[in-house]
Design a protein around this ligand. Structure first.
Ligand code: HEM
Length: 160
């Protein structure tokens, strides 16, 4: 069981590195080509964005499945505050997933449309940074015990 938890967490982190790393790379490195008026730049981008879209889809499927399993593992032992932050994280993650789908889907595939989608990369990076921050908070608050449910006996005990 410990190995399954470890493997799931490892996959979750690897897939999120794939999603966010790919998006940051695309924004940093391909933005110049996307802004160029040269038709050759558009033709250069088309196959790259296709491969990028497919890899993003695979990483997202793994990230969502492992994320929900992560949540399933901890949900019984955590407080309402944890669930609230986890809920915010899930909503942001689903929004990020939907924007990624729009951004990476080939659609009509014409070059101006492909280039226009680059603007969405900034929104995806902002969402990704917020989600990683919330995730770190969730993890640390569990390690510190702040968001861990206390045993009933501890709550019922008189305050010294
Ligand atoms: C609906 C989708 C998702 C769900 C249900 C989910 C759920 C979880 C849960 C329950 C944890 C464990 C937190 C803890 O240790 O208490 C976790 C860890 C993590 N998640 Fe997600 N996640 C999702 C999507 C994402 C996304 C989109 C990102 C990044 C953009 C992300 C980044 C992380 C990171 C970096 C951690 C590790 C935190 C740590 O252990 O230090 N997750 N996730």
């Amino acid at each position: 069981m410990e190995f399954v938890k470890f493997f799931n967490k490892w996959l979750h982190l690897m897939s999120m590195i794939g999603v966010l790393g790919g998006i940051i790379f695309a924004w940093l490195s391909l933005r110049k080509a996307a802004k160029s008026d040269d038709p050759a730049a558009g033709e250069f981008l088309r196959p790259i964005l296709r491969t990028f879209g497919i890899s993003l889809g695979v990483f997202w499927i793994v990230a969502l499945l492992t994320g929900f399993y992560n949540y399933f593992i901890v949900m019984g032992s955590v407080t309402g505050a944890y669930h609230m932050y986890a809920g915010i994280k899930m909503m942001l993650a689903i929004l990020m997933f939907l924007i990624s789908l729009y951004m990476a889907h080939p659609g009509s595939g014409d070059v101006p449309a492909l280039k226009k989608r680059f603007n969405w990369l900034v929104a995806l990076i902002v969402l990704g940074v917020m989600i990683v921050g919330i995730s770190a908070h969730l993890n640390l608050s569990r390690i510190s015990g702040a968001y861990i449910k206390q045993p009933a006996e501890a709550l019922a005990a008189p305050v010294p």
